[in-house]
Design a protein around this ligand. Sequence first.
Ligand code: GLN
Length: 494
Amino acid sequence: MKTECRKRTSKPTDPYAPVLYSHHSISELRSKLSCGELSCTDITNGYLLQIERKKHLNAFIEVFGEEALQRARTLDQKKDHPTSWGKLYGVVIGIKDVLCYKDHHVGASSGILKGYTAIYNATAIQRLMDEDAIIIGNLNCDEFAMGSSNEHSVHGRVLNAIDESRVPGGSSGGSAVAVQADMCMVSLGSDTGGSVRQPADFCGIIGMKPGYGRISRYGLLAYASSFDQIGIFSKNIDDLAQVLSVIAGQDAFDSTCSSAAVPDYTTEINPEEKYRIAYFPQSMEHPSLDPEIKKNIQDWMGEMKAKGHSIEPVDFEYLDHVVPTYYVLTTAEASSNLSRYDGIKFGYRTSQKTESLNELYKKTRSEGFGKEVKRRIMLGTFVLSTGYYDAYYAKAQQVRRLITDKTNSIFSQYDLIVMPTTPATAFKFGEKSNDAVEMFLGDLYTVYANLAGIAAISLPLFKHSNGMPFGVQVMSDRLQETKLLSFSTQAMKS
Ligand code: GLN
């Protein structure tokens, strides 16, 4: 993209304000860097200043300021040789506190990992670095990515920048707010049941999780391994496509990661193609759906039809089963994954005197984990226990199979599925924190994609009369992210 290049003449009073608002995409940033209007140091300073200004939102746990500037200065040394620039040269990125960044603290916003430092890079982080991105800090989230409001973090809650009395969503609340409030250009989160799409919806930005196996999970602290995927937050589809192209693809360190070739999503996007789209009448008629969200999405579906896409109802009889199935299976996997945090191998250990190893485990885990994580470990242990296994865990696996079969049959006839992202807009702090079931039910529309392992994106197309933004969710089959991004590009333009 060609953008006008302006040399800065006078010294502005706020030296970095023009930096932040001078580019709206990675491509624009690249043009500004190549004509010398900006340097990587300018960019980094601009975001660091904004992070300082928006500190009260509590999105960042730690800012790697000096180090990011040092890296920017190193990158600036090759400023006159654009052919040597990586694909993400100078792009400032924030990462959720569940991604290992070598020699930096990683803690899943939990007390149990207090003092723990990553000893290797997550594959996704390594790939960002290899393409000259600048990692600016790690971002607050719900403890071990369990939650929908970012109220369960040892570092305190994150505020929604549009209305600070409301939650940013969760669990990747810090990652969403960091992009929402221009504290970095793009950010990474993780999505086990909606943790990228739901906060993106609540904050008015784009959030996408690719299909299961598209991005390596190596170096992602596990919540529920058969559901977890790294996801991306951005303000436009092109940035998201660029980052996805870099971080997706086979990895020898993760055998669940697909060996399928990774397209260059930025060039493969087709802004003209018409798609066959399905929607579930059960999702639009659900009693928990806010009538205003329903109306906006219905009208929007009409517009998409008028633009030449086909949109048809498809019966999906499992909608009321997705939340229970998700919570049985993910808590079971979590109870197993989180058993490694015992006070011996990582992070926190109780300082109380203990008489036995068992007591040390018990005290450490009782003190180190927060309430929500303990609830889920107990629930997961229960559904896996002798006498209950068949009734809960095995049954939920069977339901997951039915959901997957149904999904495969839908994608044999349709390219995409559309659904609301959330039943309601961002709620006030404290409004749901005493009612776990109500909080869980808010995941109605997002957990389906993780159960089926398909790709999903939330597009920030609407504004509610209560002043809050909301999105629509679009899903494609696994490894069909190009279709998803092509349609999203069209939808974002309309
Ligand atoms: N809100 C969901 C949960 O609490 C999703 C979490 C996630 O995707 N990590 O489990």
